[in-house]
Design a protein around this ligand. Structure first.
Ligand SMILES: [Zn+2]
Length: 174
Protein backbone atom coordinates (compact mmCIF):
# COMPACT_ATOMS: atom_id res chain seq x y z
CA UNK A 1 0.00 0.00 0.00
CA UNK A 2 1.20 3.46 -0.91
CA UNK A 3 2.16 5.42 2.21
CA UNK A 4 0.07 8.42 1.12
CA UNK A 5 -2.94 6.16 0.93
CA UNK A 6 -2.20 4.74 4.36
CA UNK A 7 -2.06 8.25 5.84
CA UNK A 8 -5.18 9.27 3.91
CA UNK A 9 -3.22 11.82 1.85
CA UNK A 10 -3.65 10.29 -1.62
CA UNK A 11 -5.73 11.91 -4.39
CA UNK A 12 -7.66 8.79 -5.30
CA UNK A 13 -8.74 5.49 -3.86
CA UNK A 14 -10.50 2.31 -4.84
CA UNK A 15 -12.87 1.30 -2.08
CA UNK A 16 -13.42 -2.31 -1.04
CA UNK A 17 -16.54 -2.54 -3.20
CA UNK A 18 -14.44 -1.66 -6.25
CA UNK A 19 -15.58 1.95 -6.72
CA UNK A 20 -12.87 4.42 -7.70
CA UNK A 21 -12.92 7.88 -6.12
CA UNK A 22 -10.91 10.98 -6.99
CA UNK A 23 -10.62 14.01 -4.71
CA UNK A 24 -8.32 16.70 -3.39
CA UNK A 25 -8.84 15.60 0.20
CA UNK A 26 -10.55 12.37 1.12
CA UNK A 27 -11.79 13.72 4.48
CA UNK A 28 -13.38 16.78 2.84
CA UNK A 29 -14.90 14.62 0.09
CA UNK A 30 -16.47 12.36 2.74
CA UNK A 31 -17.71 15.40 4.68
CA UNK A 32 -19.36 16.85 1.56
CA UNK A 33 -20.88 13.50 0.57
CA UNK A 34 -18.80 13.38 -2.62
CA UNK A 35 -17.53 9.95 -1.63
CA UNK A 36 -20.09 7.33 -0.72
CA UNK A 37 -18.48 5.30 2.04
CA UNK A 38 -19.05 1.55 1.53
CA UNK A 39 -22.02 0.57 3.67
CA UNK A 40 -23.03 4.21 4.08
CA UNK A 41 -22.72 6.67 6.93
CA UNK A 42 -23.10 4.98 10.32
CA UNK A 43 -23.60 8.18 12.28
CA UNK A 44 -23.50 11.83 11.31
CA UNK A 45 -23.12 14.46 13.98
CA UNK A 46 -22.69 18.20 13.73
CA UNK A 47 -18.90 17.89 13.44
CA UNK A 48 -18.21 14.28 12.57
CA UNK A 49 -19.11 11.39 10.29
CA UNK A 50 -18.66 7.81 11.42
CA UNK A 51 -18.27 5.13 8.78
CA UNK A 52 -16.25 2.09 7.80
CA UNK A 53 -12.75 2.54 6.44
CA UNK A 54 -13.44 2.80 2.68
CA UNK A 55 -10.36 0.87 1.57
CA UNK A 56 -9.73 -1.80 4.18
CA UNK A 57 -12.36 -4.52 4.61
CA UNK A 58 -12.15 -5.55 8.26
CA UNK A 59 -15.43 -6.01 10.18
CA UNK A 60 -15.76 -3.19 12.68
CA UNK A 61 -12.86 -1.12 11.33
CA UNK A 62 -14.41 2.33 11.71
CA UNK A 63 -13.24 5.85 10.96
CA UNK A 64 -14.34 8.99 12.76
CA UNK A 65 -14.00 11.62 10.07
CA UNK A 66 -14.01 15.19 11.38
CA UNK A 67 -15.87 17.50 8.99
CA UNK A 68 -13.50 20.44 9.41
CA UNK A 69 -10.29 20.40 7.36
CA UNK A 70 -7.71 20.46 10.15
CA UNK A 71 -5.09 17.88 11.07
CA UNK A 72 -4.97 18.11 14.84
CA UNK A 73 -7.15 18.02 17.94
CA UNK A 74 -5.34 21.21 18.95
CA UNK A 75 -7.28 23.06 16.21
CA UNK A 76 -10.70 22.04 17.48
CA UNK A 77 -12.92 23.76 20.00
CA UNK A 78 -14.45 22.11 23.04
CA UNK A 79 -17.79 21.28 21.44
CA UNK A 80 -16.07 19.58 18.51
CA UNK A 81 -13.75 17.61 20.81
CA UNK A 82 -16.70 16.56 22.95
CA UNK A 83 -18.59 15.18 19.97
CA UNK A 84 -15.56 13.21 18.78
CA UNK A 85 -15.17 11.72 22.26
CA UNK A 86 -18.83 10.72 22.37
CA UNK A 87 -18.74 9.17 18.90
CA UNK A 88 -15.61 7.15 19.75
CA UNK A 89 -17.09 6.02 23.07
CA UNK A 90 -20.34 4.86 21.46
CA UNK A 91 -18.55 3.17 18.56
CA UNK A 92 -16.48 1.23 21.09
CA UNK A 93 -19.61 0.41 23.13
CA UNK A 94 -21.37 -0.80 19.98
CA UNK A 95 -18.50 -3.06 18.94
CA UNK A 96 -18.29 -4.58 22.42
CA UNK A 97 -22.01 -4.86 23.20
CA UNK A 98 -22.76 -6.36 19.79
CA UNK A 99 -19.97 -8.90 20.45
CA UNK A 100 -18.10 -7.89 17.33
CA UNK A 101 -14.75 -7.38 19.00
CA UNK A 102 -13.45 -7.16 22.56
CA UNK A 103 -10.61 -4.72 22.01
CA UNK A 104 -9.78 -1.88 19.63
CA UNK A 105 -6.80 0.38 18.91
CA UNK A 106 -7.30 4.09 18.30
CA UNK A 107 -4.97 5.84 15.85
CA UNK A 108 -4.68 9.48 14.84
CA UNK A 109 -1.72 10.81 12.91
CA UNK A 110 -1.09 14.53 12.46
CA UNK A 111 0.86 13.70 9.28
CA UNK A 112 -2.53 12.99 7.77
CA UNK A 113 -3.74 16.35 6.46
CA UNK A 114 -7.38 15.79 7.41
CA UNK A 115 -8.18 14.78 10.97
CA UNK A 116 -9.63 11.31 11.29
CA UNK A 117 -9.41 8.69 13.99
CA UNK A 118 -9.08 5.00 13.32
CA UNK A 119 -11.02 2.62 15.49
CA UNK A 120 -9.14 -0.53 14.61
CA UNK A 121 -10.54 -3.82 15.91
CA UNK A 122 -8.17 -6.42 17.31
CA UNK A 123 -9.05 -9.97 16.29
CA UNK A 124 -7.26 -13.15 17.32
CA UNK A 125 -6.26 -13.95 13.74
CA UNK A 126 -4.34 -10.66 13.62
CA UNK A 127 -2.37 -11.43 16.77
CA UNK A 128 -1.69 -14.98 15.58
CA UNK A 129 -0.59 -13.93 12.12
CA UNK A 130 1.19 -10.65 12.78
CA UNK A 131 1.49 -9.90 16.50
CA UNK A 132 -0.14 -7.32 18.69
CA UNK A 133 0.12 -3.53 18.67
CA UNK A 134 0.28 -0.45 16.47
CA UNK A 135 3.37 -1.73 14.59
CA UNK A 136 1.30 -4.34 12.78
CA UNK A 137 -1.71 -2.30 11.72
CA UNK A 138 -0.28 -1.57 8.29
CA UNK A 139 0.57 -5.23 7.59
CA UNK A 140 -2.85 -6.32 8.82
CA UNK A 141 -4.53 -3.68 6.62
CA UNK A 142 -2.58 -4.78 3.55
CA UNK A 143 -3.39 -8.40 4.27
CA UNK A 144 -7.12 -7.66 4.61
CA UNK A 145 -7.11 -5.60 1.42
CA UNK A 146 -5.45 -8.37 -0.59
CA UNK A 147 -7.24 -11.36 0.88
CA UNK A 148 -10.82 -10.36 1.65
CA UNK A 149 -13.28 -12.59 -0.22
CA UNK A 150 -17.00 -12.06 -0.87
CA UNK A 151 -17.99 -13.52 2.51
CA UNK A 152 -15.54 -11.22 4.31
CA UNK A 153 -16.98 -8.17 2.53
CA UNK A 154 -20.48 -9.31 3.42
CA UNK A 155 -19.43 -9.60 7.06
CA UNK A 156 -17.99 -6.07 6.97
CA UNK A 157 -21.27 -4.74 5.55
CA UNK A 158 -23.32 -6.71 8.12
CA UNK A 159 -21.31 -5.20 10.97
CA UNK A 160 -21.84 -1.71 9.51
CA UNK A 161 -25.62 -2.31 9.54
CA UNK A 162 -25.52 -3.53 13.14
CA UNK A 163 -23.48 -0.55 14.33
CA UNK A 164 -25.79 1.82 12.41
CA UNK A 165 -28.77 0.31 14.22
CA UNK A 166 -26.95 0.64 17.55
CA UNK A 167 -26.43 4.36 16.90
CA UNK A 168 -30.10 4.76 15.93
CA UNK A 169 -31.14 3.15 19.20
CA UNK A 170 -28.79 5.12 21.47
CA UNK A 171 -28.48 8.79 22.19
CA UNK A 172 -24.78 9.52 22.15
CA UNK A 173 -25.26 12.69 24.16
CA UNK A 174 -26.32 10.72 27.20
ZN1 LIG B 1 -9.93 17.90 4.14
Amino acid sequence: MNDNNFAGNAKSAIDFLGNEWKYDCMGCAISKGEIKIPGGIIYEGKYTILGADPEIPIPGFLIVNVKKHVNSFSQLDKEERNEIGDVIAYAQKALKELNIVKEVTLVQEERSKHLHIWIFPNYNWMTEKFGKGVTYLRDISEYAQKNANKDDIKMVLDVIEKVKKYFEEHNINE
